[in-house]
Design a protein around this ligand. Structure first.
Ligand code: F0G
Length: 363
């Protein structure tokens, strides 16, 4: 039987990616995620701009990392590697362990103890990774993994592996293909700074190939307590509710600065309070559930909009990097508590606030 379905980013964007022999491709059909136009938030925030969400939470392991992991793990397998290793704030470990499981190779992951969202931890465990909780932060864990990968026979699959960025750039191709153009502004969370680097690379390559006629301005946001690029110095003890981007010394720091400068964009910080407000606002008004680190894009857009940053008619794309189900604890914290109701119809009606019967209207 010849399968004619979608089979991931490597096959779809082969001409823009380093060659991987087809027999080594490890894919879980990542990519092809929806670009969702805001229906209600435009009205609330600014009716004169167009807002789109690139919902990367709908990748197979629930984050954008899968686009890069298909490339990195396929390359590792084609090179004969039998194991991968990564440091992670959660999503990279979930993705690396899933792709390693699919490839039939081992995965080792280092995560900061107690600082990763439950959903992500459960993923790495269920996919069979050896999960090591380090008594340090992500930056410390990355130093150790880099050293081990240098000296031992395990492949590093953090975004310092150039194949990761190659895969991740395919998101900008998808956006350009759907919009028929680059957006005016592309807004991303910045943690280890690989993704903003990858998107910018992707847009530039599409531009050079004549697929788009202009380039977007790249706008990055860091959490105030973990904003080394904004502060222009390493943050030794980064802290933020958005644990995915709790990073004080990003590996692609310089490349992120280049993306900002070459595109005429900016990298700024927003507070945890604003991140959580945007997180709740998005879920409640668009039906789109992302994790706090992803919601920083909306918090950032609201911040910039407040100072009249966007010209009328601007098209803004916000990458929602991870699914909200990764981190249910924060969702419950920002929401109203469930009500406890006795198990009978009248009590349920009372709790619903319904007074009239069907023809009499609702509530
Ligand atoms: N959003 C989410 C949900 C993430 O998991 C990450 C990074 C980022 C944004 C930032 O992307 O690092 O390319 O600037 N997570 C990494 C991890 C560090 O280990 O899962 P970046």
């Amino acid at each position: 039987m010849v399968f004619k379905g979608y089979e991931g980013v490597i096959k779809r964007y082969r001409e823009f990616l380093p060659e991987i022999d087809e027999k080594y491709i490890i894919t879980i059909n990542e990519g092809n995620t929806p670009l969702i136009k805001a229906r209600n938030l435009g009205r609330i925030i600014n009716p004169d701009i167009e807002i789109y969400f690139k919902y990367e939470g709908l990748n197979p392991t629930g984050s954008f990392k899968d686009r890069g992991m298909t490339m990195a793990v396929s390359k590792a397998v084609s090179d004969g590697s039998k194991a991968v290793i990564c440091a992670s704030t959660g999503n990279t470990s979930a993705s690396a362990s899933a792709y390693a499981a699919r490839a039939g190779i081992k995965s080792f992951v280092l995560i900061p103890e107690g600082k990763i969202a439950t959903g992500k931890l459960s993923q790495a465990l269920v996919h069979g990774a050896l999960v090591m909780q380090i008594q340090g932060n992500f930056d410390d864990a990355l130093v150790i993994t880099r050293e081990i990968a240098k000296d031992y026979d395990v492949t590093l699959v953090n975004s310092v592996n150039p194949f990761r960025l190659e895969g991740q750039k395919t998101a900008s191709f998808e956006i350009a293909d759907e919009l028929g153009s680059a957006p005016d502004y592309h807004i991303l969370p910045v943690g280890n700074a690989g993704n903003i680097t990858a998107y910018w690379k992707g847009y530039k390559e599409y531009f050079a190939a004549g697929k788009i006629k202009k380039l977007p301005k790249m706008i990055g946001f860091q959490a105030e307590g973990a904003a080394p690029i904004v502060l222009n110095h390493i943050v030794k003890e980064p802290h933020t509710v958005a644990t995915a981007i709790r990073i004080g010394n990003p590996a692609s720091w310089q490349k992120a600065v280049e993306a900002k400068e070459e595109s005429g964009g900016l990298i700024e910080a927003v507070s945890d309070e604003d991140i959580l407000k945007a997180y709740a606002l998005l879920a409640a008004n668009e039906g789109v559930f992302c994790e706090p680190a992803s919601a920083i894009t909306l918090a950032g857009l609201i911040k910039l909009n407040g100072r009249g940053f966007f010209e009328k008619g601007s098209v803004c794309v916000l990458t929602l990097t991870g699914h909200g189900l990764k981190d249910p604890g924060n969702a419950i914290k920002v929401s109203k508590e469930p009500v406890i109701v006795p198990c009978d119809k009248n009590s349920v009606l009372k709790a619903m606030g319904i007074k009239k019967t069907k023809s009499g209207g609702f509530i």
